[in-house]
Design a protein around this ligand. Structure first.
Ligand code: AP5
Length: 213
């Protein structure tokens, strides 16, 4: 079992890169998507997660690590994972290492998507998502064929509740405080591959593909 980790601030384009890599043999795991699914199903885990997510705070480490543990323990030995939004605290990174070791897996590389705050605010405020298939669009940079309608499902697109200006600011603060330290953690392990993510979607995609070989 091997894993690629996509690291970067909210809105840097982790989900978009992951979608672009669909078909390359990776299983895409987005902890944000897994948590939103729990919210949709109104499970106790979802209710706990929603209170944190709506305020731009992190969901507790034990909840997220528990979700990843169940997923990896039922995975195939040869499976290749693409993690988007996990790990995002030092505790999660350490638990992830322990878990992979126990399953004879390893992290192949950590793709760091670097993007300045002003680009992020524009990307997140223009993001629209399909509530049915999860496809992510942008009103300017990746619009659907018909205004605000999903190309695949034909339904109206929605705006995520945490994509308002105040919550975006909070998410960026939490990223700087709790996730940015992972850059040194993975640098020390010689796993970091920085990518300039403020370029176009196509350019970022090719840069990531080049890194993955
Ligand atoms: P999550 O869903 O993971 O959100 P995030 O990390 O804040 O990242 P985003 O999904 O907002 O952005 P992205 O980098 O994927 O960008 P995207 O590709 O969509 O997590 C949400 C919440 O869940 C967290 O705040 C937390 O509460 C909780 N959570 C999740 N994981 C957790 C964990 N491990 N521990 C604790 N809590 C956790 O792109 C953004 C927009 O820009 C789109 O519109 C896209 O079309 C556009 N775009 C993308 N790339 C480009 C480009 N190159 N050029 C132009 N536009 C672009």
């Amino acid at each position: 079992m091997t894993a690629i980790v996509l690291l970067g601030p909210p809105g840097a384009g982790k989900g978009t890169v992951a979608e672009a890599l669909a078909g390359k043999g990776y299983t895409h795991v987005s902890t944000g998507d897994l948590l939103r699914e729990q919210i949709r199903l109104e499970t106790p885990l979802g209710l706990e997660a929603k209170a944190n997510m709506d305020q731009g705070k992190f969901v507790p480490d034990k909840v997220v690590v528990g979700m990843i543990r169940s997923l990896l323990e039922s995975a195939d030995r040869g499976q290749k994972f693409l993690f988007d939004g996990f790990p995002r605290t030092l505790v999660q990174a350490e638990k992830f290492d322990e878990l992979l070791l126990s399953l004879e897996g390893a992290i192949d590389g950590v793709i760091l998507l670097e993007c300045p705050a002003e680009v992020i605010v524009e990307r997140l405020s223009g993001r629209r998502t399909c509530g049915k298939c999860g496809t992510v669009y942008h009103v300017k940079y990746n619009p659907p064929a018909m205004h605000n309608i999903c190309d695949t499902e034909g339904c109206e697109l929605i705006q995520r509740p945490d994509d308002n200006e105040e919550t975006i600011k909070k998410r960026l603060e939490v990223y700087a405080e709790r996730t940015a330290p992972l850059i040194s953690y993975y640098k020390a392990k010689n796993l970091i591959h920085p990518i300039n993510a403020s370029r176009s979607i196509a350019e970022v995609r090719s840069a990531v593909l080049e890194q993955l070989g």
